[in-house]
Design a protein around this ligand. Structure first.
Ligand SMILES: Cc1cc2nc3c(=O)[nH]c(=O)nc-3n(C[C@H](O)[C@H](O)[C@H](O)COP(=O)(O)OP(=O)(O)OC[C@H]3O[C@@H](n4cnc5c(N)ncnc54)[C@H](O)[C@@H]3O)c2cc1C
Length: 334
């Protein structure tokens, strides 16, 4: 029997893949799977991938998930100059998180239940009690804070991103739609500013006409606040235990994207257990260099001033195709 601590996407992906040939029990400290994230909209990056991300989702055991294609990103400088990045192919996919029936958590949870995985909810375990540690980040170097709105009337194929150190120090602000639900989130990478983040978010929503226009007439469903943690571990296999997702530090350091690495590492930990393969070799080959590149970008972002953001957005012009955008961004960050 394999014991997994934590029913976030990393633990669920690991359980779904293991349960094809092992008895699996997942221990979750919350009373309901997926409740940590309530209902919010998150995004998977699709550009820069060697194949469409839907393929990878299938490979790691996520099927039947409701997703939406995003083919445009509007990027804003602090003075709200806008560069529109576009593509014929999806740049991102938006998905629901949380305990609702359409979310990625529910989709994986259903697969696990179908495969006979046992869940013990309301049960906080320590690392020594389990074989796979999937309990999320233990330290904190990123803070995500924001609001989910319902009945928002917004373009369905567009993500809005804002760079402004006054409101999101060393980070960014995003607005991601899914049908009439819109999540506006502020991602802060400056630990010294974490306490100020709720106030900065309220100021942002009051003073940013693009965002306030987007949520006009919409209903505020709830605020959310979640801490996250990135690091590149030397090993994610310690004391005979596989560490997956954010428990291992697997979060892309430049933007804080962690869903893909949570799913992949859960899948690879299962493969390591079932096929007796070296887990560290597997995750390093799959995404080690992406995390290194993200760390390099993060060091650059830590130094960006609002003037730098103005120049960066200016350099893209009003509208730019994704291939050209990536080239120019890489040059700017070299
Ligand atoms: C506000 C915000 C927005 C984000 N947006 C994006 C995005 O758009 N795209 C993206 O790719 N990534 C995003 N991320 C990051 C992504 O959500 C995380 O990296 C990912 O959810 C990590 O998954 P996980 O399973 O490792 O951890 P978690 O999702 O944190 O799951 C850990 C689970 O373990 C449980 N648990 C904790 N301790 C114990 C214990 N002792 N015993 C039992 N259970 C325990 C928790 O209750 C939880 O259910 C965002 C993060 C935040 C904070």
């Amino acid at each position: 029997m394999i014991r997994i601590g934590g029913a976030g996407v990393a633990g669920l992906a690991c359980a779904a893949n293991l349960s094809k040939s092992e008895d699996v029990t997942v221990y979750e400290k919350a009373h309901k799977v997926g409740s940590r994230y309530r209902q919010s909209v998150l995004a998977f990056r699709n550009y820069g991938m060697t194949r469409d991300y839907v393929e990878e989702l299938r490979q790691v055991g996520v099927t039947g998930l409701k997703i939406r294609k995003i083919t445009r990103i509007r990027k804003y400088s602090p003075s709200l100059k806008c560069a529109e990045v576009h593509s014929d192919n999806p740049l991102f996919y938006s998905v629901f998180r949380g305990a609702n029936s359409h979310s990625i958590d529910s989709s994986l949870h259903q697969t696990c239940i179908k495969n006979g995985v046992k869940f013990v909810t309301g049960s906080e375990v320590s690392e020594s009690d389990v074989d796979v540690v999937a309990i999320g980040g233990r330290e904190t170097n990123v803070l995500g804070y924001g609001t989910t709105y319902e009945n928002a009337c917004v373009e369905q194929d567009t993500i809005h991103l804002f760079y402004d150190n006054r409101y999101a120090p060393k980070g960014y602000i995003y607005a991601v739609p899914f049908n009439s639900v819109l999540t506006v989130g502020l991602v802060c990478f400056d630990k010294d500013q974490f306490l100020n983040v709720p106030r900065m978010f309220d100021n942002l929503m009051e003073n940013n006409p693009v965002l306030s226009g987007m949520v006009e007439g919409a209903d505020r469903a709830h605020y959310f606040q979640n801490f996250a943690h990135y690091e590149i571990p030397k090993t994610a296999y310690r004391n005979g235990k596989h560490y997956v997702g954010e428990a291992a530090g697997f979060l892309e350091p430049s933007k804080g994207f962690g869903l893909r690495y949570a799913l992949l590492s859960g899948h690879l930990a299962a493969k390591s257990i079932l096929e007796k393969k070296d887990y560290d070799l597997l995750w390093k080959a799959a995404f080690g260099s992406e995390l290194e590149e993200g760390m390099r970008m993060r060091r650059r972002f830590q130094m960006m001033t609002n003037d730098d953001y103005e120049h960066l957005i200016d350099s893209f012009g009003n509208a730019i195709e994704i291939g050209e955008y990536v080239k120019r961004k890489d040059n700017a960050f070299r």
